[in-house]
Design a protein around this ligand. Structure first.
Ligand code: ZN
Ligand code: MN
Length: 472
């Protein structure tokens, strides 16, 4: 157990499904664009340019805060956070300080020792800085390049209390947060830089270390694991863990010292004079009813409505597209059958191809999947056959029934098996006599003959029963 470890996270989330930036009308969708093409005097920080708040961004932020059980404040204020860096053309970031959008809230995660509520400290809005890049690496490049397309993209900073006790808990928290944001339809986690994390970590008896700007989920777990080992080794040798800010080197999987930790006063926060405070009451009312069913509620409903096991419901709600897919299939066939084939098989086949359920919607429509399961339900195809159809459909396309026909996967119906059994009995009088004289192997032989004639499509146990009945 790593109970002497304390971790807190500051998660920067891009509200990247909005159309425009936080304080100007520049379009957000910059990921495929040439650098510095989505810019204007406001997001380039030109003197005299005035910010205008994007109402949709505030509404999206409130939606997230409410879904995270936080207390949205009745009024909220923007502040200037001053620091000098080329990604920040104004010389300050418009952020929030002592009047953030919301206080508190929590996210529930499932750990090995049961449910755990990860308490949140605060949620505030701020603008994304520009993006620096280097030819080669940061240490060898002769100059840095700057792209201001990202400058001014609406960010939410979600700050947790220092309540996580292992890198794994941090990962579970981030996974859950991502799922919630995707349910709210304000966030696309697949876009580069959509979620960037600063992690605070300390060990009992050591100083607090902040690891800045980790840009992936996996990065967080790795950075924390490395950092905990580093701190533990220092303490073991009787040395001090100094309070500092470190950078995570994702190539070498280590953290390196950046600077001694800056203090809050270094930022000289003061209220942004170009923006008025926001009164939230009306916006809260507008947003309240637009919050969709969240993962926990959906999980309970799926169990109730479709009578499926919690083991399936739990997995289904991890991806809203998968849950929707399941529901469409479950309306057409036995929901239990749908749950196990969607969760156990289709999900696996998609994973294997590095695809998700968005792609499933294109390659294998829910109603076609239901059609296939219907054949299984009526024993027109074997389970093995279903798997083969799924693979073929995903890799080569085509119609379900045609694939089954072309591959000869239609199971033989009972009448047909009975006919073949009769043939086999007629053709093998010696075996029949042996069977009647009590020789058990004779039955196996007859079943084997039927299997041979049906090329393995008859079920042995069922065939045995039919033969026994015919020979009574
Ligand atoms: Zn702009
Ligand atoms: Mn921030």
């Amino acid at each position: 157990m790593e109970s002497d470890v304390v971790i807190g996270l500051e998660v920067h989330v891009q509200l990247n499904k909005l159309n425009t930036k936080l304080f100007c009308p520049c379009p957000i969708s910059y990921h495929q664009s040439e650098p510095n093409t989505h810019v204007c005097p406001v997001c380039l920080g030109m003197p005299g340019a005035m910010p205008v708040i994007n109402k949709e961004a505030v509404k999206a932020a409130i939606k997230v805060a409410l879904a995270l059980n936080a207390e949205v404040q009745s009024f909220t204020v923007f502040d200037r956070k001053n620091y000098f860096y080329p990604d920040l053309p104004k010389g300050f970031q418009i952020s929030q300080y002592d009047r953030p959008l919301a206080w508190g809230g929590y996210v529930t995660i499932e750990t090995e020792s049961g449910e755990k509520k990860i308490q949140l400290k605060r949620i505030h809005m701020e603008e994304d800085p520009g993006k620096l890049s280097y030819k080669g690496s940061i240490t060898t490049a002769k100059y840095s390049l700057i792209d201001y397309n990202r400058s001014g993209v609406p960010l939410l900073e979600i700050v947790t209390e220092p309540v996580m006790n292992s890198p794994k808990e941090a990962r579970l928290f981030l996974n859950k947060l991502r799922i919630i944001l995707e349910y709210l339809d304000v966030f696309d986690g697949n876009l580069e830089g959509a979620m960037r994390i600063d992690a605070n970590v300390s060990l009992k008896g050591g100083g607090r270390v902040e690891i800045k700007n980790i840009s992936s989920f996996k990065g967080v777990e790795k950075a924390l694991t490395y950092e905990i080992t580093r701190q533990r080794n220092l303490l073991r040798r009787g040395r001090k863990v100094v309070r500092e800010t470190r950078h995570f080197d994702e190539v070498n999987n280590i953290t390196v010292s950046l600077r001694s930790k800056e203090e809050e006063q270094d930022y000289r926060y003061f209220p942004e004079p170009d923006l008025v405070p926001i009164y939230t009451e009306e916006l809260i009312n507008e947003v309240k009813n637009t919050i969709p069913e969240m993962p926990e509620e959906k999980r309970e409903r799926l169990i109730k409505q479709y009578k499926i096991g919690d083991n399936f419901a739990k997995v289904l709600v991890l991806d809203i597209n998968m849950a929707n897919y399941f529901e469409e299939v479950a309306k057409l066939v036995s929901p239990k059958l749908a749950a196990s084939w969607v969760v156990d098989v289709l999900r696996g086949e998609l994973n294997y191809r590095d695809w998700d359920f968005k792609i499933a919607y294109e390659k294998f429509k829910p109603e076609e999947f239901a059609e296939l399961l219907n054949h299984l339900q009526h024993e027109k195809i074997t389970e093995k056959g279903v798997v083969e159809v799924i693979r073929t459909k995903l890799d080569e396309g085509g119609k379900v029934d045609e694939i089954i026909k072309n591959k000869g996967l239609f199971a033989i119906v009972k009448d047909e098996i009975e006919k073949i059994c009769k043939e086999v009995i007629e053709e093998n009088p010696k075996a029949v006599e042996d069977y009647k004289n009590g020789k058990k192997q004779a039955l196996n032989f007859l079943v084997g003959q039927v299997m041979k004639k049906t090329r393995g499509k008859a079920k042995p146990a069922e065939t045995a029963k039919i033969i026994q009945k015919l020979l009574q």
